[in-house]
Design a protein around this ligand. Structure first.
Ligand code: ADP
Ligand code: ADP
Length: 234
């Protein structure tokens, strides 16, 4: 069963006046469990729209989305909220951290909401903040952090609940090269541990970690570069 599958997915933005904007035009995409797919393409090609559709943050115009073999595009907003709590970690471009909670609480919250014990949530938070070089920022409020730190906290939060699927929109978009390296290391580590990842990136180093790079142009997949990795000799 694919981790996520889009079938003839279409999103047309209807603005009040002016012409409708077709942002995603008939995308078919299948991602297997444990696979790491990078979505690339020029600005305006529909990457953000596609990743938002896959996480239920935007409603499709037509087409189907399947998560773990279950139809998801027909879910209500609250149905998607449950999916995002239980199965999907999402890293947004604008972080969406809870401003009146500490970094530690921001990262622990999804695990606690997902039913983890306080001890397990704390251990997972300590691990993730450690991996991302944020241990000494745990007691800070998001507003005290740099953009790069906020972005790494958002990644830690998305992974806190050990989601079946990690979706990310430009997870290294605002990072300098050292912080990018920490994010790359963590992404490749969780990928080795079996994490399914679908992300949008402009960064060739991020795409270089992926099993597959899917290229969008004008809302369509123009290249689905399935790379068959050789596993061991033979
Ligand atoms: P990318 O992430 O590749 O830059 P987007 O998905 O942001 O592309 O945008 C795809 C197209 O849809 C663009 O033409 C963009 O202007 C348009 N678009 C994106 N969001 C909206 C919106 N909320 N309303 C109208 N048009 C939008
Ligand atoms: P991205 O880097 O993801 O393409 P944008 O700067 O295009 O981001 O979009 C930022 C926000 O503006 C998003 O929420 C997107 O949905 C919205 N947006 C993008 N293009 C349009 C548009 N043509 N009309 C209305 N909203 C848009």
């Amino acid at each position: 069963t694919p981790a996520i599958r889009a079938v003839n997915l279409v999103k047309i933005y209807q603005s009040g006046r002016g012409l409708p904007v077709p942002a995603v035009r008939g995308v078919d995409l299948t991602v297997d469990p444990g696979e790491f797919v990078a979505i690339m393409g020029p600005s305006g090609s529909g990457k953000s729209t596609l990743i938002h559709l896959l996480g239920g943050l935007d409603t499709r115009t037509s087409g189907e989305i399947w998560l773990d073999g279950k139809r998801a595009d027909t879910l209500s907003e609250s149905g998607w909220a449950v999916l995002r709590r239980e199965k999907i970690g999402f890293v947004f471009q604008f972080f969406n951290l809870v401003t009146n909670m500490t970094v530690a609480d921001n990262v622990e919250l999804p695990a606690l909401l997902g039913g983890a014990s306080p001890r397990h949530a704390r251990e997972r938070r300590e691990y993730l903040l450690g991996e991302l070089g944020l241990t000494d920022r745990a007691a800070a409020a998001p507003a005290q952090l740099s953009g790069g730190e906020q972005q790494r906290v958002a990644l830690a939060r998305a992974l806190a609940n050990q989601p079946r699927l990690l979706l990310a929109d430009e997870p290294t978009g605002n990072l300098d090269s050292r912080n990018t390296r920490d994010v790359l290391k963590l992404l490749s580590r969780v990928h080795r541990q079996g994490q399914t990842i679908v992300l949008v990136t402009h960064d060739a180093r991020v795409a270089g970690l992926a099993d597959r790079v899917v290229s969008l142009l004008d809302g369509e997949i123009v290249d689905d570069g399935a790379i068959v990795r050789r596993r061991g000799p033979g």
